[in-house]
Design a binder for this molecule. Structure first.
Ligand SMILES: [Zn+2]
Length: 180
């Protein structure tokens, strides 16, 4: 499955200082490389087979350069995390109407020295895992959608929990595959 980097929003070049631009662009490139790894694609196919997912529902996978403008309080909270190995994370969305998966960074205002963090191997590994985790979860939402939620009488929270639980299993499978 092809992974592309979305067109940078205008705000990136007009409003942000250079170090922030560099940070977001580098971050997106790390995420794109992570999701394009052959091991990730292989585990994705395994997950699709095991979980009976229809990958044809996904028509576009884009790595967003800029955080999602969401009013979700949990996301707003996470956005304020400091940029350390825990704070560098991704979140995703799946739009069933267009078949688009979008993977977003979930922080704002990286500090001046933050771009240097993106050369640190431990941090790159952390970004890679959170990106894969968000990607797998959104793929699962092709099945675990509002229809499924209504049919199984689940709350939005239960649906999310279920998708995350399954995604985690395949992230573990990826870690195992990457070791050998
Ligand atoms: Zn979800």
């Amino acid at each position: 499955m092809e992974i592309r980097i979305a067109k940078p929003p205008e705000v990136l070049s007009t409003k942000l200082p250079r170090h922030e631009q560099a940070f977001y662009l580098r971050y997106a490139e790390i995420v794109r490389i992570a999701l394009s790894m052959p091991e990730v694609q292989k585990i994705m196919l395994l997950m699709a087979t095991n979980e009976c997912l229809n990958l044809r529902k996904i028509r576009d996978v884009r790595v967003m350069i800029f955080p999602h403008g969401s009013a979700d309080p949990e996301q707003e909270h996470r956005k304020r995390l400091k940029l350390d190995s825990k704070g560098l994370c991704c979140s995703g969305t799946y739009n069933p109407l267009t078949g688009t998966i979008s993977i977003y960074p979930i922080f704002t205002n990286p500090e001046r020295q933050a771009v240097k963090l993106l050369t640190n191997e431990t941090i790159i590994a952390g970004i890679t895992l959170t990106a894969i985790s968000a990607f797998f979860e959104e793929i699962l939402h092709t099945k675990y959608d509002s229809e499924y939620m209504a049919r199984e009488h689940l709350s939005r929270q239960q649906l999310e929990k279920e998708a995350r639980r399954i995604a985690d299993r395949y992230v573990d499978a990826f870690i195992e595959a990457a070791k050998s």
